[in-house]
Design a binder for this molecule. Sequence first.
Ligand SMILES: NC(=O)c1ccc[n+]([C@@H]2O[C@H](COP(=O)([O-])OP(=O)(O)OC[C@H]3O[C@@H](n4cnc5c(N)ncnc54)[C@H](OP(=O)(O)O)[C@@H]3O)[C@@H](O)[C@H]2O)c1
Length: 330
Amino acid sequence: MQYKAITLVKRPELKITPDVFETVTLETPALDDGQILLKQTHMSLDPAMRGWMSEDRNSYIPPVGLGEIMRSSGVAEVVESRHDGFAVGERVAGMIGWTEYAVSDGQGLNKLPPDVSAEAVLCVLALPGLTAYQGLMKIGKPKAGETLVVSGAAGSVGSMVGQLAKAEGLTVVGTAGSDDKCRWLEDELGFDAAINYKSEGLAGQIFEATPQGVDLYFENTGGPVQQIVFNRMNAHGRIIVCGMIADYNTATPAPGPNWINIIKRRLTITGFTMPDHWDAVPEMMQALAGYLAAGKLKYRAHKLQGLESAIEGINLLFTGGNTGKLMVEL
Ligand SMILES: NC(=O)c1ccc[n+]([C@@H]2O[C@H](COP(=O)([O-])OP(=O)(O)OC[C@H]3O[C@@H](n4cnc5c(N)ncnc54)[C@H](OP(=O)(O)O)[C@@H]3O)[C@@H](O)[C@H]2O)c1
């Protein structure tokens, strides 16, 4: 049987252009003992992919090699099995890549319960929820009554961070790139305030929304919000540095805030990436499933159709065109 996959053939200059990818047609191989054939149904698109396409070998994960299938996580169904641990019809999540089918030995795959939709997996139980949980709960250690600001708040990680913080009794302020996204955060997700970072008087709006100052800043974007919130941090505040998407497509990263406030306010600033925390995934998934079952985590999926929609579609993450967790339905 033939199937399509997409390989990385060039490294992007700045923006991701279609010519960095090539669609290839492959034949499904006969399985060896201990192997399964996966048919991917939903493929996640993530901002981190921009970093994985670059040549930087001094990062937390090696780049995707030229000529290799583009790296991504996804949800798949087992359609053939010569592996004792996997039966045909079971669903799994894992690093599957930009491909319709994949052969696997089962390493790194997590089996999924039949009653949870692929959307719920990719929006909550997989990277967005895990990242939000690790960053907020384990690094930020939130306490009821504190104030949290989260940037990229209407995105897949940011929306989980804000809702987890609300569930823990914090005052939650989010920043996002459109009035519609801000309305969704306030009206549907219960944020105390949401601010369009592209609007006039951003500093004044953030100050007004945080009358007690800021105890926790969950950084997803960089950009203008960063300096304003940094100046608003309370003593012993914690800044969790999860992402800097405003700088992923720029030649020169924006300068950061001066360190003097780290001393004066006794701040803790911690960067993290999820691959350091894979061992804690089962425990975190269980915690997230609890919040989900209790109706405390709402989500929305932004679905593109067909493998090749990823080629242009990935840029929605960088223009803010995605409304919810960006994924491809195959
Ligand atoms: N550390 C980790 O292990 C880890 C894991 C997952 C994700 N992340 C990071 O978390 C961040 C959010 O990722 P996500 O998957 O949840 O994506 P997402 O928020 O669902 O989508 C990206 C969003 O970023 C915003 N954005 C794009 N360019 C921007 C800019 N110049 N300034 C401010 N906002 C901008 C856009 O929203 P607006 O319309 O609001 O501008 C866009 O919708 C990213 O930085 C990502 O790299 C880190």
